[in-house]
Design a binder for this molecule. Structure first.
Ligand code: PLI
Length: 470
């Protein structure tokens, strides 16, 4: 496909310029160090961008998790923190915001997303049960496995191909799901785990039609359906843009309709909800809520604070209301898309269509001469840092870990380097600098030799693994 036909699926729809629906009131100076200093920092970090000091980073695209800028309203809300151990008024504000915008009945706050994943996995999975989902996410799958669950990927095949222009690459393949249910029996399925925009597939959305069909199928077999709502507001944007009948519906309307088809959700509030720390769980079933309420006091804190300060709960409540504003989400995804369009115009291989929170560089196509065991995506992240001080993240073989039974590396089809855009933090000029650095590394690609792993932690190895140049 020529670069022009790939100019993002968004261009099949009306392309209008966007601008941020805010102006800047406070600035944080950035550090720029020399190439020699970056080489030293990279050596010290074992070629792992997670091990770099943030002071050595110029533009930080490691993650969109907890890295967003809060609004003046959120900061003002933080001054209204009610730091009571029990029954803080900010908890009730948060509860009301989740009920209003996501539509669930019972709420349990947690310190962040993985705290919520831990609790729901312990409560809803019996050892030996299967947990089908639309591609894995690292912490989600690990908590499911630690609870004795067996994760099964039932995402549509298109999600594993970085070039296919499918508008809803996050969809679950209902035939794959039904085959699993029939083979194992409905009682062996803990729940269906569906993520609203699939992080590891490139931030790809799930359609409303798919969640409706999923609801019918799970009802038919009496199986629960839980949502990873971490980037569900971004998912709502794609439904509004691409799905028939939703163009004139607001993001808030789409969000609540989608959630309505599910039995509950877990959330990393550090993404869509525009805060630096926090998470929550929300369910409609009172029995499950009782169990979650019981467990949260063991691992997180009392059920009205869940490991967070009152001020954090308030910031999430305000962030939720801001996150569903149509202008906010249009400019948020507009910025991601701007970077994607620049790279595509220059023929640089990225995952298409451009998703919600990040540009995913296709490291296999970037470095066709590097086999996967030479960690091409990790290599690309290291080279980008060296070139310009931009920090990105590997999402490939290092992130995929090892097969629990065979001990072999999991070798995912997608070998990606993620340029993740924090919310409300960088400008379009920063995106230009990023794009030009990617182009410089691309032009030098043939001189790149890959990496070997020299230190491998047992859990979520990508965070702390160390590498050396081959
Ligand atoms: O980082 P946490 O513990 O607040 O949330 C875990 C988590 C759950 N689900 C999804 C889809 C995530 O993307 C996620 C965290 N993502 C990170 C940290 C990221 O950099 O993408």
């Amino acid at each position: 496909m020529s670069p022009n036909t790939l100019l993002t699926i968004g261009q099949q729809f009306e392309r209008r310029s966007w601008a941020e629906p805010w102006k800047i009131k406070m600035v944080e100076p950035l550090n720029m160090i020399t190439r020699e200093q970056r080489q030293k920092a990279l050596d010290d970090a074992g070629f792992n961008t997670f091990l770099l000091r943030s002071d050595d980073v110029y533009i930080d695209l490691l993650t969109d998790s907890g890295t967003g800028a809060m609004s003046d309203r959120q900061w003002a809300g933080m001054m209204l923190g009610d730091e009571a151990y029990a029954g803080s008024r900010n908890f009730y504000h948060l509860e009301a915001a989740i009920q209003k915008y996501y539509g669930y009945k019972f709420i349990v706050p947690t310190h962040q997303g993985r705290g919520a994943e831990h609790l729901i996995s312990q409560v809803a999975i019996k050892p030996g049960q299967y947990v089908p989902g639309n591609m894995y996410f690292t912490t989600t799958r690990l908590h499911q496995e630690l609870a004795g669950g067996i994760f099964v990927d039932v995402i549509i095949d298109e999600a594993h191909d970085p070039q296919i222009l499918h508008p809803f690459k996050g969809n679950i393949d209902l035939a794959k799901l039904e085959t699993l249910i029939k083979r194992e029996g409905a009682e062996k399925i803990a729940y269906v785990s569906v993520a609203g925009t699939v992080n590891m597939a490139g931030g790809q959305p799930v359609s409303m039609a798919n969640i409706k069909d999923l609801r019918s199928m799970t009802n038919k077999y009496g199986i629960r359906l839980f949502l990873d709502a971490t980037r569900m507001v971004e998912n709502a944007f794609f439904i509004q843009e691409r799905e028939e009948g939703y163009a004139n519906r607001s993001i808030a309307e789409i969000l609540i309709e989608f959630c309505n088809y599910t039995d509950g959700a877990w959330m990393s509030a550090k993404k869509d909800n525009l805060v630096n720390i926090g998470g929550w769980l929300a369910v409609n079933d009172e029995t499950i809520y009782e169990e979650l309420r019981n467990l949260v006091v063991v691992y997180e804190g009392l059920h009205t604070y869940g490991g967070l300060a009152g001020r954090d709960l308030e910031a999430i409540a305000i962030g939720i209301a801001e996150s569903v504003q149509d202008e906010h989400i249009h400019s948020r995804i507009g910025q991601v898309r701007y970077l994607g369009e620049l790279l595509t115009t220059w023929g640089i291989p990225i995952v298409h269509p451009v998703g919600g929170h990040a540009i995913f560089l296709d490291a296999r196509a970037f470095y066709p001469h590097l086999e996967q065991l030479k960690f091409p995506a990790q290599t690309l992240a290291a080279e980008l840092y060296l070139d310009s001080g931009i920090r990105s993240m590997e999402r490939g073989i290092a992130s995929a870990g090892r097969n629990a039974e065979t001990g072999e590396h999991n070798q995912p089809k997608l070998e990606l380097t993620r340029l993740t855009i924090p919310r409300r933090v960088y400008t379009q000029a920063h995106m230009d600098v990023v794009a030009e650095s990617v182009r410089a590394v691309y032009e030098d690609r043939e001189n790149t030799t890959g990496l070997k792993m020299v230190h491998e932690p047992k859990y979520l190895r990508f965070f702390q693994a160390r590498f050396e140049r081959l």
